[in-house]
Design a protein around this ligand. Structure first.
Ligand SMILES: [Ca+2]
Length: 432
């Protein structure tokens, strides 16, 4: 009887050990932390780098702050509040892209809203060697008149091909009343692709000869892709070159798209994968989003980046994006599996941005910068080999499981030996 109780106890101990072993699931175990607890910015809407460690934070009112992430030292890099119109909540200084040859040329490009007339401006500034760009170095590259104050787009980025890509919304109001999304004779509602490598005042940009609509009658040759409502952030994957784009929806659906040359992303024939304001529509020739979510989960998508940082190895290769209103953060992978929610934050994600090492930051409109908390299982970021494929099992979890099993086995054996010793002592005591 006593032996039976001992084995029952041993079995219970073994079950307890199994229950305590780490949960082996595919859910990315990530958390998000404040990156620079002492730093506040004034309505930041973007973050980028210029090929070095310095982070450049774009403030919507019309300023760019340069920050040393090692010391936290911040100084104003450029201030063009005198020409930026921040009248509407979606207007302001919205985009920044350093030229591929910035170290030599000192060229950086910005996207901002201007007034009288209401328009979007893409302009070049030139920094002095190792210094800052003077506001007087501005050279306007492109101006696009804006009929309304909302849906300005605002992202600019250089592709792996060295061309400058520009995101423009449908011109605003609601529902695209002028039909700009499907109209290729306007630059609105499109991603543009222009060559600014040899910009001069007389010829501020060139249209690349391999743009998709250079021979299409009535179409603007700058257009690379169209049918967009309000592309709020796009990015090129630093490894594959894929162009990921988030398109803000009207009243129902938010979209993630992978943009390819010449494609029509559907607005305002469709919102997401559904016909817009009508039960049926002609979907021929339209490219549907690779992911979408309804307004049960948020209200305005903020596009991010395909993750190649060191702090959250389980996210390697996943495209990270968020909702501005709900604070939900998701990932979706290029193999088009369903998105996974990885976090829900209580701040408004105005943008994402990456540093020179491809580490990802979340930019909060309330002035703070966030990032993924360092994974304790991640390789030492100072080591040379940083690649941890997402499919690789986390070694320390397996190690912990094995350790717990060994401890469990030792407990069971010890109890067994104890019982045997007690049983034997009874036998010896009963001998006269
Ligand atoms: Ca669409």
């Amino acid at each position: 009887m006593r032996l039976l109780a001992a084995f029952a106890l041993a079995a219970f101990a073994a079950i307890a050990v199994i229950a305590a072993s780490p949960n082996q699931t595919d859910d990315p175990a990530v958390s998000i932390e404040l990156a620079f607890p002492n730093l506040f910015f004034d309505q930041p809407v973007f973050l980028t780098h210029a090929g070095g460690d310095t982070l450049y934070v774009v403030e919507q009112r019309g300023a760019i702050q340069a920050m040393d992430p090692g010391t936290g030292h911040v100084e104003e890099y450029l201030n063009i509040t005198d020409r930026v119109n921040h009248g509407g909540s979606e207007e302001g200084l919205l985009g920044l892209a350093f030229a591929p040859g910035f170290a030599d040329s000192g060229h950086l490009f910005v996207y901002y809203s201007a007034a009288l007339p209401r328009r979007s401006v893409i302009a070049r500034f030139t920094a002095s060697a190792g210094g800052r760009p003077a506001p007087s170095t501005e050279m306007v590259v492109l101006e696009v008149e804006q009929p309304f104050r909302n849906h300005n787009g605002g992202m600019i980025a250089f592709g792996p091909d060295g061309m400058l890509y520009v995101g423009l919304g449908d011109g605003g109001s609601g529902g695209d009343p002028k039909g700009n999304g499907q109209n290729r004779s306007t630059l609105l509602g499109s991603i543009l692709r222009i060559d600014v490598s040899a910009s001069t005042t007389g010829e501020p940009y060139r249209v690349p000869a391999d743009n998709p609509f250079v021979s299409t009658p009535g179409a603007r040759p700058e257009i690379w892709a169209y049918g967009l409502r309000n592309p709020w952030r796009f990015s090129f994957d630093s490894e594959s070159g894929a162009l990921w784009l988030a398109d803000v929806g009207q009243n129902a659906l938010e979209e993630i798209n992978v943009v390819v040359r010449g494609a029509n992303y559907g607005w305002n024939t469709m919102e997401g994968r559904h016909c817009f304001e009508r039960p049926k529509c002609d979907q021929s020739g339209l490219t549907l989003p690779v992911a979408q979510y309804t307004h049960d989960f948020g209200c305005s998508v903020t596009g991010g980046y395909e993750y190649h940082g060191a702090r959250a190895p389980s996210l390697e290769g996943a495209y990270v994006y968020a909702d501005f209103c709900s604070g939900r953060v998701w990932t979706v992978r290029a193999d088009m599996a369903e998105p996974i929610q990885i976090a829900q934050e209580d701040f408004r994600v105005s943008s994402f941005g990456v540093d020179v090492n491809d580490e990802l930051y979340l930019v909060s409109l309330n002035g703070r910068l966030f990032r993924f908390a360092a994974d304790p299982d991640a390789p030492d970021p100072t080591a040379t080999a940083l690649v941890t494929p997402a499919s690789t099992p986390r070694v320390s979890d397996d190690g912990a499981a094995i350790t717990l099993w060994v401890i469990g086995l030792i407990v069971v054996l010890a109890i067994g030996v104890l019982c045997l010793a007690l049983r034997l002592s009874f036998l010896f005591e009963s001998v006269p």
